[in-house]
Each structure stands twice: as structure tokens, then as C-alpha cells.
Write a protein that binds this ligand. Structure first.
Ligand SMILES: O=C(O)CCC(=O)C(=O)O
Ligand SMILES: [Fe+2]
Length: 373
């Protein structure tokens, strides 16, 4: 390993949520969390407070969702939705100029859109997901919503644990959420996707999704099949495998969280390699924790107690990461930054629902393919 990153990681730490049930275990968990946030930017969470039955039921539904007739999938295509929810067919996205080989459905937690003329356009982004017809996949919607409600609560719980790990008051993070760090369901909207990575064909690119950072605060990823493929870039720039471990979530940090913590919490670049030729598809279900749409991240950078920020010095010099960047957080409300990301990833949706922004970002008209952030 290069000397420039003497403390780089070669595997992803596994944190056990059940430790939190005793005071000693709680202290241990928080210490491990601090290390993972600062040095790795990824962790596995074992024994999460989400029903295993619901996790397994959702995993079982996943291939059935993609096996719906193509015309049914097209009926809920993303172009229908100003909220960028719905179906995206294989090869509809690019990351860093390369086509991603994945098919996906974007969904979200329940939210009633309140946008009215005169409000900022980015407030349109949150709204109802598009669901497949109940009779074609009975029970799917209910199971998924029950699952999402639990992951949403876990995501807030994690914010408190993170505040503790960084010796911040819980209030310090409340401006990023609507009203409190534990808003009731429906007060905010968080996105989630169900993704299929088909096996690559002989001689084809293995880019399931290219190297990228997630944009927001926390991502909770459920790996929904037993394929490897997810990789994480360590401090030395090497790609480390994050294979599925049943019953766990992979938790990672996004660029907004890195920005507000002055880099103390690491957003880590990651990618997915497609399954080998002849293999069955890989499936995954990420949940992306949102932050309040009107916060200007650049104005809300957190203050830490003396000494805390120094903890990142022990990383050593960090190697270059191979990823796209989020540079707009300093300038615009977070909702607008997210909308820019969506517009760039899905220009066909933008053309229909955000024509002004479409013209601004695509003055030459619709590109052959979108450009995922
Ligand atoms: O599918 C995965 O395992 C990761 C997906 C991912 O990183 C993303 O969609 O942001
Ligand atoms: Fe990601």
C-alpha cells in the first residue's frame, strides 16, 4: 500500500447495531462509528432495526418487478413524473461519459407535494412515486412502504449517533431536517431505487454504474442478491470489494454530509461491476436520505469542539479519487443542487417537466443519452 495513506482500509468495517442496547456496547459502537465515518466512509450495519421479514420479502419481490411485461414497465416510465420517479430502461444513464448497464425503478417515501406557482421550482421535486398496478404484483407497494418507513427512522437514528461520535449536540444537525432531526413520516421525502444489473455480454463493458459519490447525507443499501460487484475506493485509490452480507445494510456517506462536516465525514467514491457473462443478474435497493430542500449547505457548515477536526489528520495524505464531483453545494439550496443532478441524469424527463432548466443545461437539445451525476 502506498505510504501516502498509511491508514487506508482494505475491508469495510462491520458495526453491530445490537451493541446499542447496553451502555458499554453503545460507547463501543459510537467509537467504531467515529472511525468508520472519518477513515472509511462506508460500513456494514448488522442487526439493523428493520424487520428481517420485510427485508427478505422485498428481496423476493425484486426480480418479479423487473419481470413485469415491458409495456407495463413503460407505463410508469420516469418521463411521466415531474418528481423523477418511475422506470428507467437499461442503458438510459451515463456516468462520466460511459453507459451504465442497469435497469431501475425510482421510488420514494410518501410525500404530498405543496408546490404552488411562485415557489422555487426545486420544490416540485418531492411528490408521489409511480407504482406498478397492485394486481400485477400484489403486496409489493405495502411491503416496500413498510420497509421504507423503517429505514427512514433508522436514518434519523444514525444522525443522532453521528452527532454523538463527533461530539456535536443533536440540535447542530436539525437545520438539515424539517423541524427536528427526527421528523415524522411524510414531513420529508427520501428516495429509494430498485436496481437490476444484468450479466455483461462477452467483450462488453463491465460498468454497472461508474465511479461516483452519492449526493446527500446517508445512503442505506440493501444488496438484494448474492453477487459481488460493489466496490469502494480506499484512501490510497485502490478498489476494495464490498460483497453482500445477508441481513446487513451497507451505509455510506454523501457529498453534502462531507461538506457540512468540513471533510471530517468522508464521502467515498464507489462503483458497481456487472456480473460475469452467463451469471444471473445482480439486484440492489439503495435508500438515499434527503436533507431539507431550502438549506444552503455552504452557510451551514458545522462547528466542532477543538481537536475533533484534527482526527482527520491521521488519514495521511489521501490519494486522488476517481469520481464525479458535487461542486454546487456552496452556491445553491440543496433542493436545487439535487434538481440539477436529476436534470443532467434524465434530460428526457427535464425536457418535459423543467423546460427552462433543460434549455440551460442542454442548449443543443436532447443528447443521445443522459449523463448521470
Ligand atoms: O447498486 C449498488 O450496489 C450501488 C448503487 C449506487 O451506488 C447508487 O445507485 O448510487
Ligand atoms: Fe452510489
Amino acid at each position: 500500500m502506498p505510504e501516502s495513506a498509511p491508514n487506508s482500509f482494505s475491508s469495510i468495517p462491520i458495526l453491530d447495531y445490537s451493541l446499542l442496547s447496553t451502555p458499554e456496547g453503545h460507547a463501543k459502537f459510537v467509537e467504531q462509528l467515529r472511525h468508520a465515518l472519518i477513515h472509511v466512509g462506508f460500513l456494514y450495519l448488522a442487526n439493523p432495526p428493520v424487520s428481517r421479514e420485510d427485508m427478505d420479502a422485498l428481496i423476493e419481490y425484486t426480480p418479479r418487478l423487473f419481470d413485469l411485461p415491458q409495456e407495463e414497465k413503460e407505463k410508469i416510465r420516469m418521463a411521466n413524473s415531474p418528481h423523477f420517479f418511475g422506470y428507467s430502461k437499461l442503458g438510459a444513464e451515463l456516468t462520466r461519459g460511459q453507459t451504465d448497464q442497469r435497469e431501475q425503478f425510482d421510488f420514494g417515501t410518501l410525500y404530498d407535494n405543496q408546490w404552488k406557482p411562485g415557489d422555487p421550482e426545486y420544490l416540485k421535486l418531492w411528490g408521489p412515486p409511480q407504482w406498478p398496478p397492485e394486481e400485477l404484483i400484489p403486496g409489493f407497494k405495502e411491503t416496500y412502504l413498510r420497509y421504507l418507513a423503517q429505514v427512514e427512522q433508522l436514518s434519523y437514528e444514525f444522525i443522532s449517533l453521528m452527532a454523538e461520535a463527533f461530539e456535536l449536540s443533536e440540535d447542530a444537525l436539525s437545520p438539515f431536517f424539517n423541524g427536528s432531526t427526527k421528523p415524522e413520516s411524510g414531513v420529508m421525502q427520501h428516495r429509494s431505487k430498485i436496481v437490476k444489473y444484468p450479466a455483461r455480454k462477452e467483450g462488453e463493458s463491465d460498468q454497472g454504474v461508474g465511479p461516483h459519490f452519492d449526493g446527500g447525507f446517508l445512503t442505506f443499501l440493501l444488496q438484494a442478491s448474492d453477487h459481488p460487484g460493489l466496490q469502494v475506493q480506499n484512501l490510497a485509490g485502490e478498489w476494495i470489494d464490498a460483497p453482500p452480507i445477508p441481513g446487513t445494510f451497507v451505509v455510506n456517506l454523501g457529498k453534502a454530509l462531507e461538506t457540512v462536516t468540513q471533510g471530517l465525514a468522508r464521502a467515498t467514491s464507489h462503483r458497481v461491476l456487472s456480473p460475469a457473462p452467463g451469471s444471473t443478474p445482480r439486484y440492489s435497493i439503495p435508500f438515499f436520505q434527503s436533507i431539507a430542500q431550502d438549506v444552503l449547505i455552504g452557510d451551514l457548515v458545522l462547528d466542532f469542539k477543538p481537536g475533533i477536526l484534527k482526527l482527520k489528520d491521521s488519514r495521511g495524505q489521501v490519494g486522488a479519487t476517481d469520481s464525479v464531483n458535487y461542486t454546487e453545494y456552496g452556491q445553491y439550496p440543496s433542493g436545487y443542487v439535487n434538481l440539477i443532478g436529476r436534470v443532467k441524469s434524465h434530460p428526457d424527463v427535464a425536457e418535459k417537466h423543467y423546460p427552462g432548466m433543460f434549455k440551460q443545461f442542454f442548449p443543443q437539445g436532447l443528447p443521445a443519452q443522459g449523463s448521470a451525476y
